[in-house]
Design a protein around this ligand. Structure first.
Ligand SMILES: NC(=O)c1ccc[n+]([C@@H]2O[C@H](COP(=O)([O-])OP(=O)(O)OC[C@H]3O[C@@H](n4cnc5c(N)ncnc54)[C@H](OP(=O)(O)O)[C@@H]3O)[C@@H](O)[C@H]2O)c1
Length: 246
């Protein structure tokens, strides 16, 4: 797909990887970028990157009425970036696990599903376009220190595969991105090497241009993919080993 002249909508565009996507699309020559976030005020710095091409909009992906209203006013979108996401910490036996798990599923899974259901007809009317879902290496293997987050991202991988099949007939490219640790607020307490968010955005833009469906945007992602091809059980054990031993 051609990035130049595309009309992009990014969720969670006010910071982190979402803001990096806006920067990358400006550099790549996108015609218009709808930068969306829960708070319009939080988008001021992002709009300043290119005020003539960036349109700020308030959007909480867990609010179906707001999604419908935004979809009605952004009928020119050709590229949807489902970036908004949340992550709690801890395993499945923490006191707050059920509440955390529901919050993660509401945002990461149901929020993305609602966005896709609203925007698939728009992409169809505009010739097919593309959908990008921000998955994670935690979509491929459970990372027990982010247990329920991993489950929500695994559900999002299954969703990504399903919509890819269903939207093939309308020629919508469906891309899944599988980052390892990225240097944003979400991973601030992760004691591992992290790549800058712009690396994730640029690798994804290349994939969209080339029609690549599964994006491994950093070395950790490449290692996990290689490990799973070779010995998936060993990868599971490796991540299980990150838990403190009692
Ligand atoms: N950082 C990593 O290591 C890493 C690795 C793999 C995948 N990812 C994925 O990459 C995506 C971006 O993460 P990030 O690292 O940039 O995290 P981040 O810095 O914590 O940013 C998360 C973004 O999501 C937005 N958001 C949260 N709930 C929302 C909702 N209900 N509606 C709309 N926006 C909402 C946040 O907005 P507010 O400012 O309003 O909270 C913020 O813009 C996520 O899907 C994440 O799971 C991150």
């Amino acid at each position: 797909m051609n990035i130049e002249d595309s009309v992009v909508l990014v969720t969670g565009a006010n910071r982190g990887i979402g803001q990096a996507f806006v920067e990358a699309f400006v550099q790549a020559g996108a015609a218009k970028i709808y930068a969306t976030a829960r708070s319009l005020d939080s988008l001021q710095e992002v709009v300043a990157i290119s005020p003539d091409r960036i349109v700020p909009l308030a959007l909480d992906v867990t609010n179906p009425d707001q999604i419908s209203a935004i979809a009605a006013t952004t009928q020119d979108v050709t590229l949807l970036i489902n970036n908004a996401g949340v992550s709690g910490t801890g395993g499945f036996f923490a006191p707050s696990t059920l509440e955390t798990a529901r919050w993660e599923m509401e945002t990461n899974y149901f929020g993305t599903l609602n966005m896709i259901r609203a925007f698939a007809p728009i992409l169809k009317q505009n010739g097919g376009g593309a959908i990008v879902n921000l998955l994670s290496i935690a979509s491929l293997v459970n990372v027990p220190v982010f247990a329920s987050y991993s489950a929500s991202k695994a559900a999002l991988l299954s969703l990504t595969q399903g919509i890819r099949a269903e939207l093939a007939s309308q020629r919508t490219l469906v891309v899944g991105v599988f980052p390892g640790p990225v240097d944003t607020a979400m991973a601030e307490n992760v004691p591992l090497d992290k790549v800058p968010p712009i690396q994730i955005a640029q690798a994804t833009l290349q994939a969209v241009k080339q029609g690549i469906e599964d994006v491994q945007p950093d070395p950790v992602s490449e290692q996990v993919f290689a490990g799973i091809r070779q010995d998936p059980k060993a990868v599971e054990k490796q991540f299980a080993g990150m838990l403190p031993q009692s």
